[in-house]
Design a protein. Structure first.
Length: 132
């Protein structure tokens, strides 16, 4: 099954680690102090990330019209590279991971973002149809 003893050892090391981790989680997941500590940490991390993203959006403002009055009306528009995840939904990622994703984005206000997206979608379909 294994090509060498090293491959077998590596497989066993990974399996033991995984099995050990699963067993530990099974033993400790019901302990209330672990859950409450984890929830507190997660809530604090999410709040810190949300604040950072809000301040970043406000400081950059809309690239098209310059709007920067309220963070709710500003969106991250992925324009470079592949979108790995939504910045709004993945708030427990590390600062470095978030920054790499932000670097692929520009900030647009909701109106400009919707208009740009509409134009992109309709230009894509324009090649299939002839408009008279």
């Amino acid at each position: 099954m294994f090509k060498s003893k090293e491959d077998k050892r590596e497989y066993e090391r990974k399996y033991r680690k995984t099995a050990h981790h699963r067993a530990w989680r099974k033993r400790h997941r019901r302990l209330p102090h672990i859950k409450s500590t984890t929830n507190k940490w997660s809530a604090a991390k999410r709040a810190k990330t949300r604040t950072w993203l809000r301040e970043l959006k406000l400081s950059l403002g809309c690239i098209d019209c310059g709007f920067n009055k309220h963070h709710v009306a500003l969106d991250f528009d992925h324009v470079k590279g592949n979108k790995l995840f939504s910045l709004a939904l993945n708030q427990l990622a590390s600062q470095h991971t978030l920054q790499k994703e932000v670097d692929k984005c520009v900030v647009r206000c909701a109106n400009c973002h919707r208009i740009k997206t509409w134009k992109e979608k309709h230009n894509e379909w324009a090649s299939y149809y002839t408009w008279s």
